[in-house]
Structure formats: C-alpha cells, structure tokens
Design a protein around this ligand. Sequence first.
Ligand code: NAD
Ligand code: TYD
Length: 349
Amino acid sequence: MHILITGGAGFIGSHVVRRFVNSYPEYRITNLDKLTYAGNLENLRDIESRNNYRFIRGDITDGDAMLELFRKERFDGVIHLAAESHVDRSIANPTEFVMTNVVGTVNLLNAARAIWKDAYEGKLFYHVSTDEVYGSLEGGGGMFTETTPYDPHSPYSASKASSDHFVRSWRDTYGLPVVISNCSNNYGAFQFPEKLIPLFINNIRNEEPLPVYGKGENVRDWLWVVDHARAIDVIYHGGTQGETYNIGGHNEWRNIDLVRLLCSIMDRKLGRPAGESEKLIAYVTDRAGHDLRYAIDSTKLQGELGWVPSIRFEEGLEITVDWYLMNQEWLDGVTSGEYKNYYRRMYGG
Ligand code: NAD
Ligand code: TYD
C-alpha cells in the first residue's frame, strides 16, 4: 500500500503523517508539500528517518508535475490536505486560495484518474475539508449535518466548498473512488501561530495584546488535532466510498470564553497573578464576513465507525499550552522564518 499525503508538513497533515507512519509500518507513506510559510519539516523530526516514510517537495498547482509523480509512484491512495487554510489571508489574497485549493485539487483528481482509470479496485482519494463550507449557524440553533446545504462566505470556505464539489463530480462523472470529511476547528501542537489558540498563547507569553475580533461572541467547535488524525485513519480504512463524514467533538466555545480560559491556564503555568493575562485582551475591528457560529453533528461517524473524541477540551488545551511552552524554539523559529530559510537552502525554492 503506497499512500500519498499532501500537505503533510502542515499542522493537521503532520499529525496524519505521524499516525500513518507509526501505525502502518507495512505501508509506504509519501508526503508531498510545497513548504509554504505554513509547512515546516520540523513538525516531522521524530519520524523523518523511518524507512516507510519519504518527503517530496512539490506544488499541487503544477498539473504536469502531479501527473508525472502519479505515473512514477503509482499511489494506491491519496489523503489530500494541502491547502491555503487561513481565513484572514484569504480575505487579503483570494486568488492564491483558488489556485491551491481549487486548481490544486483538480490537478490531483486528474492525476489519480489518469493512473487509476481502469483499475479502481483498492484505490481511494480522500479529500480533507472543513465545516466552514456549510456557512454560519445564525440565530443560535442547529448543527451542521452531512446534508446541510453549502453556503460558504469567505474566499477560504468558498474555495474549499468548490474543491468538495469537484471531488464529488469526479465520483459521479468518472466513478473515482472518493471520500470526503468535513471537520470543525482543530487545535494542538504544531499549529502555525496565526490561528487563534497558538497566536494567543504566543502573545500571552510575550505580554502582547490579544486581538479579539468584534465582541468575541462568535462560536467555534474545537477538536484536538490528534482526534482528527485518528478520525481520518478510521474513515480511510472503514468509511464507505462516495460518502461524506462530519468530524467534530460537540465542543462549542464563544471566542471570549475560550480566550479567558486560555488566559487563566497561562497565568497558572507562567506563575503570574490570576487575572493578569486577561488585561491583554483588546477588542478590535471584526473580521469581514465573520461567520457567527459553527457546530458539527458527527452522529454518522460516531454511529457507523465508532469514533469518539478521546479527551475533554479543558484537558486538551492544558496539553497544548504545555507543548507550546516547552517548544518555544519551534514557535520562535516559525515566526522568524529561520526554518523556512533553512529548508529553502536544502530543497530550493
Ligand atoms: P496548514 O496551513 O497548517 O497546512 C497546509 C499545508 O499545505 C502546508 O504544509 C503547506 O506548505 C501545504 N501547501 C500549501 N500550498 C501547497 C501547494 N500548492 N502544494 C503543496 N503543498 C501546499 O493547514 P491545516 O490547518 O493543517 O489544514 C490542513 C487541511 O485541513 C486543509 O485542507 C484545511 O482546509 C483542512 N481543515 C483544517 C482545519 C483547521 O482547523 N485547521 C479544520 C478542518 C479542515
Ligand atoms: P481562526 O483560528 O482563524 O479559525 P477560523 O476563522 O477558521 O474559525 O479563528 C477562530 C476564531 O477566532 C474566529 O471566530 C476568528 C477569531 N479570531 C480572533 O478573534 N482574533 C484573532 O486574532 C484570530 C486569528 C481569530
């Protein structure tokens, strides 16, 4: 079994690569990543010398290169995570999101179809997507199920929604064996410190302001990244081809409540007086088109495949804070661009 994991040097991808390399020594795992600002081979130090693992630097927007790669490597499966993933960046530079998330996904679909077309048996194209494609749960009630109509609002979520549609169209038009999962907000080790939780941990550590958008009343449904990687494993091996699975831990938090919890954990860990870090909270202009609430109903995944989250959020957040405090070198490195320059020297680009 030879599996291609795209975006494996990023936050979630690195946890997926680690899980597959460790759990399936009999598989060959190839990690293809462009190493953008968000991709960092430091995330995979512990498994990089394993003999069932290999890294290739490559760009999914290069269709010819993808076709060539698939011809040469003859992958049995693809787990596709490579993407531009930050909503604020998508507002500043939407075209890059179309290129990577839409065109890049279509390039991979084309390459998989070209190589597999007469022999789909045992093959699988697994597309990793987000709950943000469903839009926003305004007015407080309800949850996203697999049949909730798509209603994306940001260039990021529109590009992911578009890529999901293309994946389904390859299933319906060409019979490609596909599966899609849509997951809620992830947190944990190795997340680039532009996303809420690692950004705020870093800012609290450095006693810098915590920019809460709007009134901090937006709600997100948080899942520990290790539980997401396990769900991907469970779906890859036990999911039904052609199906979609929502992944989430029934764990909704208003941003401001989450930030206050984080401040209290950080005060305790850093030996600061209780209430000290909350003074850093600064309400700033709201994000344009800011979705009010996301909430995932993962009954299908839990009922059909028996997946359940492994830890409570409060526990996962403690572990996460400990990890960032113990890995300050990683945080300083990814924010200074030091690692990026190092890998640029090694791999070019
Ligand atoms: P990330 O930004 O941390 O990592 C993305 C990775 O993709 C990076 O390693 C980057 O170098 C690579 N990449 C970007 N453009 C590329 C290109 N053109 N060619 C090859 N590689 C490229 O993102 P993440 O948070 O780990 O998200 C991974 C996937 O999971 C994305 O598809 C995202 O939409 C989805 N997702 C994320 C979340 C979340 O909370 N972070 C939740 C649900 C779904
Ligand atoms: P983020 O981590 O960017 O994830 P997403 O936008 O994909 O949900 O943001 C999580 C929530 O936190 C979202 O409601 C926006 C908010 N937020 C802030 O209030 N301040 C910040 O500096 C950031 C990055 C996010």
